[in-house]
Design a protein around this ligand. Structure first.
Ligand SMILES: [Fe+2]
Length: 382
C-alpha cells in the first residue's frame, strides 16, 4: 500500500479531466444547456437480464477478470479477513503476517465446509465442522486425529489459493488464471493508507446486477426519479462522462456549483460541489461524496437477484478540512436513506418487465454513454 496516489492527483497517464477543467466544462454545459454525449445508441436484449445461460457466461467471465473485492482499508491489520461470495464462489481474503493480501477458496480440504464467515481479525482459521486448522497463509496446520487420515499431507492440503492484488487502495481478486497487472492499468487509484473504513452494508434485491449498475451510470433521471431526494440539490442531466477503457467516470454537479463562478479557479473547493462516480468494469462503482467514499459491488446471485455489498471509507483529510466519523456517517445516511432506495426500486420494477413482451431490447441513448461503454465491453469480452 505504499504507492498510492491521492484521488485529487490521479496518475498522470489517465486522460480524465482535472478539477479545474471539470468545473470549466460544467459551466460551459450550464451556459449552453448541454451535457456530455455519447455517439451511439445501444440496444441490449432483454433476455440478457433473465437468461440463465447468459448469466452463467457472465459469471464465467467475472471469474477470469481481476474484480474489485474490497477496499484495502477493510483489511487494516495482519490477520484481518473478509469471507464472502464473489461470482458465486465463497472466498476468504486475508492479510497475512507479511501484510500481503491473499485470497483463498473458502472451503475446508476435508469436506468442503467454509472455514470462515463474515469479517474480523484472526491468527488462524479453524474449520467449524471438524476443527481442521489453517494459518493466515492458507497452510493446513492441524488435523484433530491425524491417524484417521494416513495419506493426507499437510503441505499439500492447504486452502486453494487464487490471485489477489492491491492497487490504489482496492483489493482485486481473480479466481481463474494469472492476474495480469496490466489489466488494472485503467483502474483508478482511490484510497490512501490513512483512510479508515467505517461501515459495511449488504442487501439483496430482486434485480439483475446490470440493472442495478445502470442506475448509477447516468444523470438523465435525476429530476424524474429523484424529485424529492437528489433533485433539490443536484442538477438534472448535466454530467461529465469520461470513459477509460471499460471503466468510466461520471460527474454529477450540485446546484451549489454555481457559487464557484465567483471564486478564483485555484481557490475553488470542489468537495461538496459534485459527486464523482467511478465505474470499475463490470459491477463495481466507487462514489466519492463530500465526506466519504463508497465502494459498491453488485454481486450477482442469480439472473434476477443481486447482493449489493458496500464498503464506506472516510474521505482523505486535508488541512483545515478534517472529517470526523460523525460527519462521514451523516453523509452516508443522507445517500442511503433516499436516492439509493429510489434507484433500487426502479431496477426491481424493470426486472419484472424484462420477461414480458413489451420490449425486445432496453435502449440506451447519448445521455447514457457510460452504460453503452459497459455493454459494449461486456459484449466484447463475452
Ligand atoms: Fe439515480
Amino acid at each position: 500500500m505504499s504507492h498510492i496516489h491521492s484521488l485529487a492527483n490521479p496518475p498522470a497517464d489517465t486522460p480524465l479531466l482535472d478539477d479545474v477543467q471539470s468545473v470549466d466544462r460544467i459551466f460551459e454545459h450550464l451556459d449552453n444547456g448541454t451535457t456530455d454525449l455519447g455517439d451511439k445508441v445501444w440496444r441490449e436484449p432483454v433476455a440478457h437480464y433473465h437468461s440463465q445461460a447468459h448469466f452463467d457466461a457472465e459469471i464465467a467471465l467475472m471469474r477470469r477478470l481481476p474484480m474489485a473485492f474490497c477496499p484495502s482499508a477493510a483489511l487494516p491489520k495482519k490477520g484481518s479477513y473478509i469471507a464472502r461470495t464473489a461470482a458465486l464462489t465463497p472466498l476468504l481474503v486475508v492479510r497475512g503476517k507479511d501484510k500481503k493480501v491473499r485470497a483463498f477458496l473458502n472451503a475446508c480440504r476435508h469436506r468442503g465446509m467454509q472455514v470462515a464467515g463474515g469479517s474480523g481479525c484472526s491468527a488462524a482459521f479453524v474449520c467449524p465442522y471438524h476443527a481442521w486448522t489453517y494459518d493466515l497463509e492458507g497452510q493446513l496446520k492441524n488435523i484433530p486425529g491425524p491417524e484417521a487420515f494416513p495419506d493426507v499431507e499437510n503441505a499439500e492440503s492447504g486452502l486453494v489459493e487464487v490471485e489477489a492484488m492491491e492497487k490504489g487502495g482496492i483489493v482485486y481478486v481473480q479466481q481463474e488464471g494469472n492476474l495480469d497487472p496490466s489489466m488494472l492499468k485503467n483502474h483508478f487509484d482511490f484510497f490512501s493508507d490513512e483512510q479508515e473504513m467505517f461501515r459495511t452494508t449488504q442487501r439483496e434485491e430482486d434485480a439483475n446486477w446490470k440493472l442495478l449498475t445502470e442506475t448509477t451510470l447516468e444523470g438523465y433521471h435525476i429530476k424524474s426519479l429523484h424529485k424529492e431526494s437528489f433533485f433539490p440539490f443536484g442538477l438534472d442531466n448535466i454530467n461529465l462522462v469520461e470513459t477509460v477503457g471499460a471503466n468510466s467516470r461520471i460527474i454529477f454537479p450540485f446546484r451549489r456549483m454555481e457559487k464557484l463562478r465567483d471564486v478564483a479557479p485555484g481557490e475553488r473547493h470542489l468537495n461538496g460541489s459534485m459527486t464523482s462516480l467511478y465505474h470499475l468494469f463490470p459491477n463495481t462503482s466507487v462514489s466519492v461524496l463530500s465526506k466519504h467514499t463508497s465502494l459498491s459491488i453488485m454481486e450477482p446471485v442469480s439472473p434476477g437477484r443481486t447482493r449489493i455489498v458496500s464498503y464506506l471509507v472516510v474521505n482523505r483529510q486535508t488541512p483545515g478540512h478534517e472529517i470526523s466519523l460523525e460527519d462521514a456517517n451523516r453523509d452516508a445516511d443522507f445517500v442511503t436513506t433516499t436516492g439509493l432506495d429510489e434507484d433500487i426500486a426502479a431496477a426491481c420494477a424493470i426486472q419484472e418487465t424484462v420477461h414480458g413482451p413489451a420490449n425486445e431490447h432496453l435502449t440506451f441513448g447519448y445521455f447514457e454513454k457510460a452504460i453503452v461503454n459497459l455493454h459494449s465491453h461486456l459484449a466484447e469480452y463475452l
